[in-house]
Write a protein that binds this ligand. Structure first.
Ligand code: THU
Length: 127
C-alpha cells in the first residue's frame, strides 16, 4: 500500500482532480506502482491500475501477480473500472484486489469476484 500511496501523489489528474494510486505485488515480491495519467483529449486517460500493470509487464513480469492495491483520497473506496479488470485478468486471473483510502478504509476482494465469466487468453487459439 505504501508504493500505491506514493504513486498516487504523482498522479496527473488536472481535469478530474481525482488522484488514484495503484501497486501490483508479484509472487516474486516485486512491487510495480502506477498512477492515473489524464490528457487534454480526455479519452486518452490511463487509470492507475493499468499504469501499474504495464509497469509490471515492462519490467518483465507478465504472470504470478499476487495482488493489486488501489488507493484514493477521502473516505470512499474506488474499485477498478471494467477496462482495468480485463487488463489485470490477462496476466493473473487469480489475483487479490485490495482497495484503500487515505483515511484508512480497507476492503479486500478478488479479481474473480470483480470479473466473473471473464474472457481470457485461454479462449483464443494460439497461432
Ligand atoms: N481512475 C483510476 O485511475 N482508477 C480507477 O479505479 C477509477 C478511475 C481515474 C481515471 C481518471 O483519471 C479519474 O480516475 C476519474 O475517472
Amino acid at each position: 500500500m505504501r508504493v500505491a500511496a506514493l504513486a498516487r501523489e504523482r498522479a496527473y489528474a488536472p481535469y478530474s482532480g481525482y488522484k488514484v494510486g495503484a501497486a501490483i505485488r508479484t509472487k516474486r515480491n516485486k512491487i510495480h506502482g502506477g498512477a492515473n495519467v489524464e490528457n487534454a483529449s480526455y479519452g486518452m486517460t490511463v487509470c492507475a491500475e493499468r499504469c501499474a500493470a504495464f509497469a509490471a509487464v515492462a519490467a518483465g513480469e507478465t504472470k504470478d501477480w499476487d495482488a493489486v492495491a488501489v488507493i484514493v483520497a477521502g473516505d470512499d473506496l474506488a474499485s477498478p473500472c471494467g477496462a482495468c479488470r480485463q487488463v489485470l485478468y490477462e496476466f493473473s486471473p487469480g489475483m487479490r484486489v485490495i482497495l484503500a483510502t487515505t483515511t484508512g478504509k480497507r476492503k479486500a476482494t478478488t479479481l474473480a469476484e470483480l470479473l466473473p465469466d471473464a474472457f481470457g487468453p485461454d479462449r483464443l487459439p494460439r497461432v
